[in-house]
Design a binder for this molecule. Structure first.
Ligand code: PLP
Length: 399
């Protein structure tokens, strides 16, 4: 008996496929600027010192009991403060339904499932372009997708007029997926003034803003500053949702620790919404993993460890900002006639270089440089040791 005869191999994930190809390349010059994971200036993965210290404190004290269905109460509480503000009235008024989620991906998926269950006829508006997995997440939750303008290829910046038009033209009460900061893949974020305008327009139309915040702290180096867009929306009195992740800003990628929150009208509604989020989680994974949550609550619950974390996040962001400058300067020094200003204008982990798929293929085939074919460079993979080689290769293929 063969039940699976008709099963075809799934297409390769465009991002994870890049790493596979990188690993298979024996060249000593090879560079991986595909995957969005932080590397130090030697190109090595990093475990933050605050995480090491939290692990030392946890060691031996951790029982292996299940967390509640909604996850670690302490972790969720600290996580909400990062997004909504340390002294947020909304937290005090218990207006936020929040559960621990399986990192940012799990938070988005849980929200998508919640959206489908309670607004079954709704759609989600997604920016063009976006993190590829957003499409998969809402597809598998059976929520129809629409797109809105975001990136302007000519200016390599924001298509603000297109974005605002799309907000206006969407049917009232639509769901909009927004990247809170450090937009992936473009590195293009609206300015504060533009966020204010976006918030106003979304409010006028009664849309529901859902923020994916996978990079809080990675854009400016300061998690507080990176929450600015959300704070603007809160000031304007929106009800909204947020997916938070500790993958990047605490380097807890494989721990799968994050949070989904939904701001409600009052405490009663928040209790109901939280119970329904838990109801969605129960048959999928029952309750979330304990270890990463304990690392996060240990760090954020201790003023000294939190201070250390803030310093280390800033260190990561600053190294990336430094590499943006270095890459641009190297390209300019090589005499490239093209404008590379966008490398330093863009923000966060990625640079949306503007290179074509054919140019990227040449980088890979001739220079052993691995990245996604949309021209996205993970700046976290750029180091003082390889930036010259990378700039030279980019110059060669864009001549
Ligand atoms: N959202 C965006 C925009 C991302 O870039 C990522 C990771 O690359 C995620 C969410 C989810 O990451 P994780 O599930 O590891 O927290």
């Amino acid at each position: 008996m063969s039940w699976w005869r008709s099963v075809e191999p799934a297409p390769k994930d465009p991002i994870l496929g890049v790493t596979e190809a990188f690993l298979a390349d024996p060249s000593p010059e090879k560079i991986n600027v595909g995957v969005g994971a932080y590397r130090d200036d030697k190109g090595k993965p990093v475990v933050l010192e605050c995480v090491r210290e939290a692990e030392r404190r946890i060691a031996g004290n951790l029982n292996m009991e299940y967390l509640p269905m909604g996850g670690s109460v302490n972790m969720v509480e600290e996580t909400l403060k990062l997004a909504y503000g340390e002294n947020s009235e909304l937290i005090k008024d218990k207006r936020i339904a929040a559960v621990q989620a399986l990192s940012g991906t799990g938070a988005c998926r849980l929200f998508a499932d919640f959206q489908k269950r309670f607004c079954p006829d709704s759609q989600i508006y997604i920016p063009v372009p976006t993190w590829a997995n957003h499409h998969n997440i809402w597809r598998d939750a059976h929520v129809p997708q629409k797109t809105f303008h975001y990136y302007h290829p000519q200016s390599k910046g924001l298509d603000f007029a297109g974005l605002v038009d799309d907000i206006k033209n969407a049917p009232n009460g639509s769901f909009f997926l927004l990247h809170a900061c450090a937009h992936n893949p473009t590195g293009v974020d609206p300015s504060e003034e533009q966020w204010k305008e976006i918030s106003k327009k979304i409010k006028e139309k009664g849309h529901f803003p859902f923020f994916d915040m996978a990079y809080q702290g990675f854009a400016s180096g300061d998690p507080e500053r990176d929450a600015k867009a959300i704070r603007i929306f809160l000031e304007d009195g929106h009800l909204l949702g947020i997916a938070q992740s500790y993958a990047k800003n605490m380097g807890l990628y494989g721990q799968r620790v994050g949070c989904l929150s939904v701001l409600c009208e009052d405490e009663k509604q928040a209790v109901a919404v939280k119970s329904q989020l838990q109801m969605l989680a129960r048959p999928m994974y029952s309750n979330p993993p304990v270890h990463g949550a304990l690392i996060v609550s240990t760090i954020l619950g201790d003023p000294d460890l939190k201070k250390l974390w803030l310093k280390e996040v800033k260190g990561m962001a600053d190294r990336i900002i430094g590499m943006r400058t270095a890459l641009r300067e190297n390209l300019e020094k090589l005499g490239s006639p093209l404008s590379w200003e966008h490398i330093t204008n863009q923000i966060g982990m990625f640079c949306y270089s503007g290179m074509t798929p054919e140019q990227v293929d040449r980088l890979t085939n001739e220079f052993h440089i691995y990245m996604t074919r949309n021209g996205r460079i993970s700046m976290a993979g750029v180091t003082t040791g390889n930036v010259g080689y990378l700039a030279n290769a980019i110059h060669e293929v864009t001549k």
